[in-house]
Design a protein around this ligand. Sequence first.
Ligand code: C2E
Ligand code: MG
Ligand code: MG
Length: 744
Amino acid sequence: MSGASQQLSRLKLYFRQTIWLLLAFIGSFFWYVRSEQVIDEANRQRLQSFFLADELRQTSDDLTRMVRSYVTTGDHLYKDYFQEIIAIRDGQAPRPQHYHRLYWDLVFAGSAKPKAYGPPVALLQLMQQAGFTEAEFARLAQAKAASDDLTAIEFQAMQLAEAAVKLPLLPQLLQRQQALQLLFDDNYHQAKAGIMRPIDEFYLQVDSRTAAEVEQAMWSADLLRALFIAIACWLFLLVWRVQRQFNAVLGTSLTDLYKHISVLGSAQDSALIEVPAGKQDTVLGWLARTQQRLLQLDETRRMTQHRLEHLAHYDALTGLANRLLLIQSLQRAMDQQPQSLLGLAYLDIDGFKFINDHHGHQFGDRVLVQLALRLSHLQRPQDLIARFGGDEFVVLLYPLIDEQQGCILLQRLLSEISQPIYVEGLELRLSASAGLTFYPQAAVQADQLLRQADQAMYQAKQGGKNRYHRFDAAREQQLRGYHHQLEQIRQALELAQFELFYQPKVNMATGEVMGLEALVRWQDPKRGLLLPAEFLPLLEQHVLGIKLGQWVLAEAIRQLGLWLRRGIRLPVSINIAANHLQHADFEKDLAELLAPNPQLAQFVELEILESSALDDIGRVSALMEKCSALGVRFALDDFGTGYSSLSYLKRLPLHSLKVDQSFVRDLLVDDDDVPILQGILALAKAFHMEIIAEGVETEGHGQKLLQMGYQLAQGYAIARPMPASVLLNWLPEWQPPESWLNNR
Ligand code: C2E
Ligand code: MG
Ligand code: MG
């Protein structure tokens, strides 16, 4: 058995002994208390015995005193008292309070009759219940019998005295004398002594018996007291040994142990627990060993965690940082010093797949390891080079003095990559393409920055590899806004937020309305009514522009059909964007729209811009021919702003020219435009084309144009573009200004 288990079993033994002794201690205490009670009981019984014997003696004396007084005085009160004392003694009347005094004293001490106390009980009965021995009880019974005999004499004396009352005085005195004689003669005294003798003997017997009992009880009480004290001392000794043994098992005090455990439990860095010599095999010793084991475990855990962290943050092949660590470091740098400049470069080795395919992946891995080593030699203290898997590396250049420095550092990395590499006796010459972006930028996160660098790297590849490309943040921002707006327009089309307004074209000389131009508007619920200048430029190169053009075409033709049914026979000019016109399905779409009602074609005029017609004149003129065959007409819009040559004008099947409003606007203040307008007019006449002036803003503009020979016009002086419903009211009400009519 080891020392510790020996100590422990000894502690258990002491502990068990302590429990038993404690039980014995409790038992002896109760036993001792009981013995004290026995003493009290014995004393009480002794006292009770004396009281009962006393009562017998006193009642006898009381009776003697009452009877003698009655016989002497003839007063009936004494006789009554006499009889009452007998009644009390025989259990026919209750005992008065404080009956240990003589009845004589009780009744003559005060005028009131003594108060009754408890139910009536015969003295003999009380004696029987008092637990006397037979001999003792026999003495008392003897005394009682003698007392009853005496009572008989006393009754006889009282009868004599009573009878004497009726006699003449002398015989009365003699008879009373005779009665007194009965109460004082030897006979009476003998009888009285017959009561007192057994009582005295009773006294002696009871006294010796109860005294012995009390003595016996006291003796055993003394014994128990001694036992009780002995057990208590023993117990105290045992508790002391338990405590010593307990400390021996613990190896230290409980307080000390508690302190060590609480420090250990609170996971604080604590000093090593010191174990005194010879206390190794104690609780303190075990605790010290547990502490050491915990420290070892902690160390192992720390190392494992470190290893895991390394695995989580570093590339297993090259030992460079991985994607996670780079993004974390990048985000930290962005958050901690948002104002300082940093660069992010995304590098991809050109043609690395070829190396892997021809020399195997292991060879490729060795190349990558060498590359990583070279790159890390160029790394500045705060820079971070990461491998993103495959042949992609990302470099965080931080901090930078300016963007120029970032470019120089990246250039250095690229030229390092292009130095010859020797692997397995082979000389390799590599190059890399890189994308470079910089921070700060507004509202950009680490992953977005990474995407920018990646995107720029892609552009470097596109640009011919072995180079770097800088990401253009402003252009990206613009593009983002552009895409957002395009999305809004797409939704507006779906939600039918576009509407066509119509602007009349008139003959100023006659006042006749010659036609209408359909102009698109966007009813944006947030921004209100938007003009084409706010959304059409965005759609110039986008397929969405074609979609909107298709809708305009369909809507204008639908409206035209409605007007014709109502008898309004006005041609409608529809603006066609360049990309819409050149769309493969343009003619087919137009034909389909006109198919249900071919007579509409003659009322349709398509306005095309000079520039869009010139893009690919061959294709466009062929297309115009096909459309003309359907019955529609063409107008060249904003004429004068492009560079149409006369031969081009000749080749295109045009019905009319619309003079650009820039020539009309300044007509009244700038005479330079007059010859241009006159030239255009002559040209239109030469080519047999209709000519119409746009932007006629005032009556004066109209007058001047009329004077120059222009008749057809469109502009705010006539009407602003309006919804189809408003146009219905405008048409019958419009009147040209008087000055125009007078110019005819
Ligand atoms: P546009 O085809 O030359 O149309 C004439 C433009 O001049 C209209 O502008 C019209 O409101 C405006 N205008 C008319 N009279 C006056 C005037 O007296 N003074 C001034 N300052 N302006 C006048 P809007 O509606 O803003 O259209 C601008 C341009 O957008 C159009 O020029 C046209 O090229 C294009 N556009 C309009 N609707 C469509 C459409 O449905 N499809 C296509 N592809 N282009 C359209
Ligand atoms: Mg137009
Ligand atoms: Mg125009």
